[in-house]
Design a protein. Structure first.
Lengths: 215, 265
């Protein structure tokens, strides 16, 4: 279970400060798929970063009783000057996994072939996403944090991701921030709407989507 | 209960070692690449620095001064100070530069500093061993008379360098002023680093004052370890140790504070 308890986050720059999240409370049980809904800049990504432990909350806490992936997105977790293989090796070391397994999984899944020998900074954004996705699926987690990445890549890759993530790992929990309402409707079973820093939890995704479209 | 917590501690230690190892390799590849001599470059800079300055001093000051070989004296001063200067330079903005790695929750910001410190530490140690062995062959460097004392001096000097780094790193994130001032401060502190003198060459008043500097204590220990009875050294090992522990504790506290507000793209 993951619990967000009175989570608040504000960013300060110079003298101005902005409260992005204000007293957010919700819990994610094993196997649940929660959609984070909200307008641009509502704080979905911030919430995902807090849950993933990338940034620290200004107040409140995140209690994790299962293993949580790093936020899957376009960037993050990469070193541009390292090659795809180096990044894979790094991830394998950090998460104590067998490198040969990670390597073959990444080769297989990302389908970017010889490009893996090149520095990541030479990749197109689609290739980056493929590598990011492959790396995070090579390590098993109880809960995946997904930040708008599902829509990346071509049709074929899209289908592959859906299969790996939503079918093969259907027993895992997921927290998904996305604007693609169709995907959310198919995949998620609960919704959290973030609006003006506050959160509202809906135990039924249809109600959540309805509320969201009236926002 | 005790066994369980011991198990937890040993697991945490294993994770820590693994992460520092991964970070070090990543850092070495990014900084030096895989071409030509690769990571051996880490010892080239201290070597060049100490070597060239030693040659200049040898040409201007002759071969022996105060009963010590000038080349050996310069080398014994410059290698530690390059370690210190690199530690400081590498610690500045270390958190923002590496922030993308914070996506992986088991990497802590202090790990960045530790990894960089270990690299600098090993690099300058290798450079020291290399240059000292070569100079010993040419009879320009004495065979250390008390290697234990030398190593202790080296360790306290390095510990103090690390403790300053762990202090500067969060400060440089908190205020840009710190970042602008550190280069000039590290330059001004050179006279207080024990680089160009032994405490015994100074007047008692100046000596007492300079022995407040942890660097001077560490440097005196190292040089006493090398030259032994040929020189008189003044040092108190507790000075650098206490300063380092205090600075490290404060540094950890500041790191925790900075981590709370660190924004990751």
């Amino acid at each position: 279970m993951i619990t967000c308890h009175n989570l608040s986050k504000s960013y300060t720059h110079g003298r101005s400060s902005k409260m992005v999240l204000n007293n957010v409370n919700f819990a994610v049980e094993k196997g649940e798929r929660v959609a984070l809904l909200g307008r641009n800049g509502a704080g979905k990504s911030t919430l995902i970063k807090l849950i993933g432990g990338v940034e620290m909350p200004t107040s409140g806490k995140v209690i994790r009783h299962m293993s949580v992936s790093w936020p899957l997105g376009f960037s993050g977790g990469f070193q541009g000057s390292l090659t795809g293989y180096d990044n894979a090796k790094f991830i394998a070391r950090i998460y104590n996994c067998d490198y040969y397994y990670v390597k073959s999984f990444v080769e297989d899944f990302s389908e970017i072939g010889a490009q893996l020998k090149m520095p990541v900074k030479t990749y197109s954004s689609g290739m980056r996403a493929r590598l990011a996705f492959a790396l995070s699926l090579a390590i098993e987690f109880d809960c995946y944090l997904i930040d708008e990445i599902i829509l990346v890549g071509d049709q074929n890759f899209h289908r592959k991701c859906s299969y790996e993530l939503f079918e093969k790992r259907s027993d895992r929990a997921m927290i998904i921030a996305s604007h693609s309402l169709d995907t959310i409707k198919q995949v998620c079973n609960r919704g959290v709407i973030i609006h003006k820093g506050a959160s509202e939890v809906y135990h039924d995704i249809d109600t959540a989507l309805e509320k969201y479209s009236n926002l | 209960m005790a066994k369980a917590s011991l198990q937890k501690l040993s697991n945490a230690w294993a994770v820590q070692v693994r992460i520092i190892h991964a970070l070090m390799i990543r850092e070495l590849i990014t900084r030096f690449g895989r071409q030509n001599i690769g990571f051996l470059w880490i010892m080239v800079e201290p070597l060049l620095f100490a070597g060239l300055v030693a040659i200049i001093f040898r040409l201007t000051k002759g071969s022996v001064e105060h009963g010590m070989s000038v080349v050996a004296f310069v080398v014994s001063g410059y290698i530690p100070i390059t370690l210190f200067r690199h530690c400081i330079a590498r610690s500045q903005a270390a958190f923002t530069a590496n922030s993308s790695l914070l996506y992986h929750r088991n990497i802590k910001i202090v790990d960045f500093l530790l990894a960089r410190f270990v690299i600098e530490f090993l690099g300058s140690l290798m450079a020291y061993l290399f240059i000292a062995s070569v100079l010993i062959l040419f009879d320009e460097f004495p065979v250390p008379s008390d290697i234990g004392l030398f190593i202790s001096g080296w360790l306290v000097y390095s510990f103090f360098s690390f403790s300053v780094a762990i202090l500067i790193a969060p400060l440089s994130e908190m205020s840009e002023v710190v970042e602008k001032f550190t280069p000039v401060v590290t330059y001004i502190m050179i006279p207080f680093s024990g680089l160009f003198y032994m405490a015994s060459w100074l007047s008692p008043g100046a000596r007492e004052f300079l022995l407040y500097s942890p660097f001077v204590n560490g440097m005196e220990m190292m040089r006493k370890g090398i030259w032994g009875d040929q020189i008189t050294a003044y040092y108190n090992v507790w000075n650098p140790l206490i300063c380092s522990v205090a600075a490290t504790a404060l540094g950890f506290a500041l790191c925790r504070r900075v981590r709370r507000t660190l924004a990751v793209e």
